[in-house]
Structures are given as C-alpha cells and as structure tokens.
Write a protein that binds this ligand. Structure first.
Ligand SMILES: [Zn+2]
Length: 77
C-alpha cells in the first residue's frame, strides 16, 4: 500500500476556482489560465493560524512564479 500524495488545493487569484495540484503540476488555473494561485488550508485544526499561513504560502507561490518568469526571460536572450 503506497501512500498516495494528497493533492494540495489552491484558489485561483483571478476567478476563484479551486484547483487541486500535485507537487509536479504547473501552478496555473485550469479554468482561466491565471498563474497566481493561493494555497488553501484544508485541515480544520489549522483554521486558527490560517491567515498567517496563507500570507507565507502566497509569498512562496508568487516567489516561484517570479523565478520562473525570470527564467523564461533569460531563455529569450
Ligand atoms: Zn482562474
């Protein structure tokens, strides 16, 4: 019995669609293609700390997008 990695749920920053992503999935909304997604906490025990946690995760996710954008730009030179 292999432990299945649970998909992490993100909320699209544009249309609000809920998107399950696995670790290797592209961070992009499947509904509108928007690339800024907010990580959603699903565990009830984390509700109390969710506002702080969301800020950290938003920074992380946006940081990853910025890095990938920089990488794309360098490929054009
Ligand atoms: Zn969207």
């Amino acid at each position: 019995m292999d432990p299945q990695p649970e998909p992490v749920y993100y909320i699209c920053g544009d249309c609000g669609m809920e998107i399950p992503l696995k670790p290797n999935d592209v961070i992009q909304c499947r509904e509108c293609g928007y690339r800024i997604l907010y990580k959603k906490r699903t565990r009830r025990t984390c509700i109390f700390n969710s506002s702080l946690a969301v800020e950290k995760y938003v920074n992380l996710v946006i940081g990853m997008i910025v890095i990938s954008l920089h990488h794309d730009a360098q490929c054009c030179y």
